[in-house]
Design a protein around this ligand. Sequence first.
Ligand SMILES: [Zn+2]
Length: 161
Amino acid sequence: MSVTEGRPVRALTLHQPWAHAIAHLGKDVENRTRRTNFRDGLVLVHAGARVDHDALRDLPADVAAAMTSSAVVAVTRITDAHPDCGGRCSTWAQPGAWHWQLAGTVALTAPVPAPGAQGLWIPDDGLRRRVARALPAHAADRLGPLLASDLFPSPERTGRL
Ligand SMILES: [Zn+2]
């Protein structure tokens, strides 16, 4: 049996500083060119290897210098995806984009190194376990206990933890 037989978990690779903004600055909308139907599980927020240098210039130099790349930095949930709402859903919403609303975001206690991929990708069991170990103590309060447990599969469910 595999961990991935539980509720689906996905990962999303973003250029820095956007992964950092979700993890630490309260960014609660991801602006995308298309909608998603993924709304019933956790999303690992992955900082890709590439950097958005224009956006990085808006941040303090020490914050920019400390920014992690090629690692999972947070866990969140996508709770809605809607076309441009005129910015009503969040100050982070951009005109002309699909707004993927994020909720319950928790920053990891330490970044978990991993290569990225395009779009919403499926993290393997090993990565899920490493991310689970890096969740802060309050993760279940933020994400919901059932959702948080998707990263903490019981030995009975997986047979090999
Ligand atoms: Zn919106």
